[in-house]
Design a binder for this molecule. Structure first.
Ligand code: GTR
Length: 340
């Protein structure tokens, strides 16, 4: 069984943690000490999504800069499992790379929480400025103790609420709504702080759950709202823009340790060099998705963010509990310009 056949066999709907670990042991045993050839990478999004395209670009740079020794085989569309499962597989070396949101890392590494706090970043420029520098480097470095090498952050735009019931103008309109969130306590608390009922669920179950009325809504950025076809069933999108949490591109530390230091430097630099490309694709994709959603007749409304900010920032203290987290939050806040 090759590595991807092994991974596919792990993608049974009800595989247990023990099965994952056993599969991982098999995968590990079949790994050679040095890495070469096509390295694997997973993404929950479809092939045209900017995060997938950015990692493909990363793979091209890697191939060019290692004279063909290393390249990337991308598995998009969640075909190897949801983000939480593929992250676990990545930590034991069954996958070489992974592109995920910060949310599934929140329960693993407290420093990832600071960049996922609602209403922390005042704008995309603020988020990029903070995470492109030393603060971002510290958050990426914190992943190493969990078996992951943080390579770079990608944009994820602004997340807003959408639902099947009606426009949200104030938190009162959210009372009792069953809203899907990614599996992160931070997201659960954030949504519950507004009086809604947070329902953690993997992304690939959202469309069906909306269609069947299992949930009333969810929250995400324009491209995910559109590419997951959630807008076909949730016809109200209310622009709270409560979260500008980034995406993150990681490598398995087990795979990383099999690279020479020169190759490691190439991997780091190529990941960084894929970021401007991702951002260009991202801005274009946001515009395309916005147009598609609007053309379909979805009701889109602006909200007064002040009505949401107090409630949602009120829960920061429950999640920012260490002095290191506080220090990073203070540094990020000091980079605000007051222009959003
Ligand atoms: C998207 C993000 C995915 C995933 C998804 C979700 O914006 O790109 O990685 O985290 O949100 O809500 O599960």
């Amino acid at each position: 069984m090759n590595r991807i056949d092994s991974l596919s066999s792990l993608r049974q709907p009800h595989f247990t943690r023990r099965a994952v670990l056993a599969g991982g042991a098999t995968l590990l045993a079949s790994c050679s000490m040095k890495l070469s050839g096509a390295l694997t990478s997973a993404d929950t999004h479809v092939g045209s999504y900017p995060t997938v395209q950015a990692v493909i670009r990363f793979g091209e740079l890697l191939k060019e800069r290692t004279n063909g020794k290393l390249s990337v085989q991308m598995y998009p569309g969640g075909q190897l499992g949801n983000e939480r499962d593929t992250l676990e597989i990545t930590t034991f070396g069954g996958l070489d790379f992974n592109r995920v949101n910060l949310a599934p890392l929140n329960s693993i590494e407290p420093l990832t929480i600071v960049a996922a706090l609602p209403f922390l970043f005042e704008s995309t420029e603020h988020m990029r400025g903070a995470l492109d520098g030393p603060i971002g480097d510290e958050i990426l470095a914190s992943l190493e103790r969990h078996g992951l090498i943080g390579l770079c952050f990608y944009d994820s735009g602004a997340r807003s609420f959408y639902n099947t019931r009606g426009p949200i103008q104030t938190p009162d309109d959210m009372r009792g709504l069953k809203l899907r969130v990614p599996g992160s306590d931070l997201y659960v608390a954030m949504v519950n702080s507004l009086g809604a009922d947070a329902t953690p669920m993997p992304l690939d179950e959202v469309y069906q759950s909306l269609a069947q009325g299992v949930i009333d809504g969810a929250e995400n950025n324009w491209p995910s709202f559109e590419s997951g076809r959630h807008y076909e069933v949730a016809r109200y999108y209310s622009l709270t823009r409560h979260l500008l949490a980034p995406e993150v591109f990681v490598m398995s530390k087990i795979s990383w340790d099999k690279l020479s230091s020169e190759e490691q430097a190439i991997v780091r630099q190529s990941a960084r060099d894929s970021v401007p490309y991702m951002r260009q694709l991202w801005d274009e994709q946001v515009e395309r998705s916005r147009k598609t959603v609007l053309a379909s007749g979805v009701s889109v409304n602006e909200v007064d963010p002040a009505l949401f900010t107090d409630k949602m920032t009120g829960m920061w203290d429950s999640f920012v509990t260490t002095s290191k987290q506080r220090e990073l939050v203070d540094r990020m806040l000091s980079m605000r310009t007051g222009k959003s």
